[in-house]
Design a protein around this ligand. Structure first.
Ligand code: SF4
Ligand code: SF4
Length: 186
């Protein structure tokens, strides 16, 4: 696949909901395996405490303006250079699937920006001890159709430079975890 350069321009709020609707749609019905991987682990990724949450992508909170039933949205510790505060969605372990945030739709994979500035995808190492698709990666292969859907969704979102900056932060965090793991296991 040709390199898709990440980076674009800031978008007005109205356009943001259109972008997220489009990105969500690509990941509406597709899952990492061709069957329900929740059966492997009792849906471990939905079983956090009420202190845990899933990071929203920049501006994604607009998708919850009208309905925050069963969820709360709070500030995370991550801020972007224009002052945007990244939000955390805290749920109660069940949700309307159509309203799950992008972080849940893509789990356990995250977007990254490689050394050439290209969008790519990699296992989310924060999930390494939680998700059997990662700690038993020898047994499971992520569906190519899922990876294609990730590219479609994020090529849409990369029009917003705040999304690109946030992916850069995720990239640094994932590399730091990889370096820590390497030190620990060497
Ligand atoms: S923890 Fe991993 S295997 Fe389990 S439901 Fe979540 S994505 Fe699927
Ligand atoms: S929002 Fe839904 S999919 Fe995401 S962790 Fe909560 S229950 Fe699971």
């Amino acid at each position: 696949m040709a390199c898709r350069k990440a980076g674009g321009h800031a978008l007005r709020i109205g356009m943001k909901s259109t972008l997220y609707k489009k990105a969500w749609k690509y990941l509406e019905n597709i899952t990492p395996l061709e069957y329900d991987c929740g059966a492997l682990c009792g849906s471990a990724c939905c079983k956090g405490s009420d202190q845990d949450g899933m990071l929203l992508f920049p501006g994604e909170e607009i998708m919850y303006i009208e309905d925050r039933n069963g969820i709360s949205i709070v500030d995370s510790h991550i801020g972007l250079s224009d002052g945007t505060r990244i939000k955390l969605l805290v749920c109660q372990g069940c949700c309307d699937r159509k309203k799950r945030p992008l972080s849940c739709r893509i789990f356990p994979i995250i977007p990254q920006i490689d050394e050439h500035g290209c969008l790519t995808f990699t296992p989310d190492l924060r999930a390494a001890a939680l998700c059997p698709l990662l700690y038993r990666a020898d047994l499971y292969t992520i569906s190519p159709a899922f990876i294609d859907a990730l590219y479609s969704a994020f090529e849409t979102l990369a029009e917003d430079e705040r999304v690109t900056e946030f992916i850069g932060i995720l990239t640094r965090q994932n590399r730091e975890i990889a370096a820590d793991l390497k030190r620990f296991y060497r």
